[in-house]
Design a protein around this ligand. Structure first.
Ligand code: S3P
Length: 176
């Protein structure tokens, strides 16, 4: 069985849905941000401060390679993991990759006052969310085997829908 990777923008619910889904599928849950921070022995904020976004992306890519060795797991990915083509290839090859798609309005509301996300620690957070979403929307869609819309749904509902997708793929193979 392949692992399940949840991708999507910051605030789309990957780290909330992931543990519920993992329990349902009886798989370990892994948060890629935690693995990357663990490898670097530093917080996400510290890594960004010391080495910038490029430095963070290196730790994140290394973390993804390490997680593959532990597959199958349910993996909540950081929102920017899909920016590197090598990571997109890994996600599509090694996981059933599900994009948790959340509207801009919901994301903006959820991310308000959120801390620990260096890309959003800017004067105009709403504008940053809009710009990053614009840059990434197509990449999320192209990276995923399946898209789950999350607006108006409880995390438990999203997890149940993801589990149903996993069951379907288990029967018919990963080509979706
Ligand atoms: C990022 C998302 C964050 C974290 C880092 C960068 C991004 O993870 O990896 O702050 O580029 O979207 P979450 O999506 O879990 O917040």
């Amino acid at each position: 069985m392949k692992g399940i990777a949840l991708i999507g923008f910051m605030g789309s619910g990957k780290s909330t849905v992931g543990p519920i889904l993992a329990e349902e599928l009886e798989l370990a849950f892994v948060d890629l941000d935690d693995v990357a921070a663990g490898l670097a022995s530093a917080t996400v904020g510290e890594i960004f401060a010391a080495d910038g976004e490029a430095g963070w992306r290196r730790w994140e890519s290394l973390a993804l390679r390490k997680v593959v060795e532990r597959n199958p797991v349910v993996l909540a990915c950081g929102g920017g993991v899909v920016l590197k083509p090598e990571n997109r290839d890994t996600l599509r090859r090694e996981f059933l990759t599900i994009y948790l798609k959340t509207s801009e309005a919901v994301l903006v509301g959820r991310l308000k006052n959120a801390s620990g996300r260096p890309l959003l620690e800017v004067a105009d957070q709403e504008q940053a969310v809009a710009r990053l979403l614009e840059e990434r929307r197509d990449i999320y869609e192209a990276s995923a085997h399946a898209i789950l819309s999350t607006d108006g749904k409880k995390p438990r509902t999203v997890a149940a829908e993801a589990a149903a997708l996993a069951a379907k793929v288990g029967k018919s193979g990963p080509e979706m």
